[in-house]
Ligand binder design. Structure first.
Ligand code: NAD
Length: 432
């Protein structure tokens, strides 16, 4: 049984920097009729239903009972006290003329005090931070924030999407292996529990859907996955798929589909926003690097195709370059080979806008995770892999990275949940 979305949906983001402010300002601009939600698959994308001859192609938002954009209330946490108008102004993603038209609404969105420990994000320092003796007390304070926000804003439901900074790389360990050990670790201030995991624990304990937009471990450990099952909460991560990885997962499946070989793929990024500054720290970059490198292996499957992809040299670099601001430049040099081994090169220079690509993903994920919860789905939501660089998968399963496989999985899951026939592209019209 899918419950209808009634009343208001609160979307809370731990981290209210460039991505979160671009997302919030964007939804408000759309609601005011100033702009359109380009890039949002739920708002602008259609879904084919039934046979091609039936001509049923509704917009996804008209097919699936999603919350309306006008029913969304925004909130969140940050280590800086700036309201969303100030944060969006600092991020300099959106024009000042647009922000000024939204000023009263944006100024009203103020961050709650963050759970933050500099050990996990070395390049940041902020004072708008909660103080407590233990990490468990911090989790309880976050739960209190969520309850209060829900009540004060008259929300029917809440979804949380992590839009905070990338934390230093942490390997999953013993403290992450079960709920009991994680809770003991929270009480004993275990250093292997970073701030993002405290937010995740608090949300999931309350049964609130949780999305992880960064490569942080966060909801990708057995303890949190177990907790999500226990509290029947949908979870998904990691790391929004934007920019260079989006291009990679569009181009690589096409080359593989035509059995073209790849010798090397060198990717470098220059960006100058706060995210770029955080990623300038080698320990934060390590989290990002792991997330970005996994993509090609899964798509190309070198074990199965050693002649085509066995010797592929894959390198990813991120360079902090302040003059570019949020306008990232992603360069790819791809050395490919074709018939009889003759070499060719592809160069991609994607002059993208990071937060412009990420904002609609935040919106889609918040709406679809709320829908998942109302559809009684819980645990890892693999059908939302489409939106992630390093999608979580069930135990023992490989993540799917090919964007077209991910898209089919997303659309077929929606068809299935809504009682429509799945589309396999194997209709009788192929046979004589
Ligand atoms: N923009 C993209 O295309 C993209 C793609 C994939 C992932 N991401 C990830 O999304 C996240 C946000 O990116 P951004 O460009 O908005 O970065 P940003 O630096 O502008 O914003 C992050 C915000 O999080 C805050 N923060 C850090 N730790 C926090 C904590 N513990 N609690 C609350 N707030 C905290 C920071 O103060 C900052 O305001 C980053 O982790 C980034 O790697 C972004």
């Amino acid at each position: 049984m899918i419950q209808e979305p009634k009343g208001k949906l609160g979307i809370l983001t731990p981290g209210m920097g460039a991505v979160a402010s671009t997302f919030m300002a964007g939804v408000i601009a759309v609601n005011k009729g100033i702009s359109r939600p380009f890039g949002s698959v739920t708002q602008m994308g259609h879904i084919r239903l039934g046979k091609r001859t039936e001509n049923r192609n509704p917009l996804i938002k008209d097919f699936v009972p999603l919350a309306k954009l006008t029913d969304i209330v925004f909130g969140g946490w940050d280590i800086f006290e700036d309201n969303i108008y100030e944060s969006a102004t600092n991020a300099a993603v959106l024009d000042k003329t647009l922000l000024d038209q939204l000023r009263p609404e944006l100024e009203a969105i103020k961050p709650m005090k963050a759970v933050f420990d500099k050990r996990y994000v070395k390049k940041l320092d902020g004072h708008w931070v909660k103080k407590a003796n233990t990490k468990m007390e911090l989790a309880e304070a976050l739960m209190e924030d969520i309850r209060r926000f829900k009540k004060e804003n008259g929300c029917d439901r809440i979804v949380i999407v992590w839009c905070g900074s990338t934390e230093t790389y942490i390997e999953p360990g013993d403290v992450h292996s079960s709920i009991e050990k994680l809770e003991e670790g929270l009480r004993n201030n275990d250093p292997a529990i970073p701030s993002s995991m405290i937010y995740a624990y608090a949300a999931i304990k309350l049964g609130i859907p949780y999305v992880n937009g960064a490569p942080n471990l966060s909801v990708d450990v057995p303890a949190i996955i177990e907790l999500a099952k226990q509290t029947k909460t949908p979870i998904m991560g990691k790391d929004f798929k934007t920019g260079q990885t989006l291009m990679k997962t569009i181009v690589a499946p096409g080359l593989k589909a035509r059995s073209l070989g790849i010798k090397g793929w060198f990717s470098t990024n220059i960006l100058g926003n706060r995210d770029g500054e955080v990623l300038d720290d080698p320990e934060s970059f390590k989290s990002k690097e792991v997330s970005k490198l996994s993509v090609l292996d899964e798509i190309l499957n070198p074990e199965l195709n050693p002649e085509l992809y066995g010797d592929l040299y894959h390198k990813v670099r991120i360079n902090y370059y302040p003059p570019h601001g949020d306008n990232k430049e992603g360069w790819d040099n791809i050395d490919i080979f074709g018939w009889l081994g003759y070499g060719m090169q592809i160069k991609i220079d994607f002059l993208c806008r990071d937060s412009i690509l990420a904002a609609p993903i935040v919106l889609d994920l918040a709406l679809l995770m709320d829908f998942a919860k109302r559809s009684e789905l819980y645990g890892i939501q693999e059908w939302l892999s489409f939106y992630f660089k390093s999608p979580q998968a069930g135990a023992g399963l490989h993540a799917q990275h090919d964007i077209f496989v991910q898209q089919e999985k997303l659309l077929n899951t929606l068809r299935h949940l809504m009682g429509e026939e799945l589309i396999t592209h194997l209709g009788m019209d192929y046979y004589y």
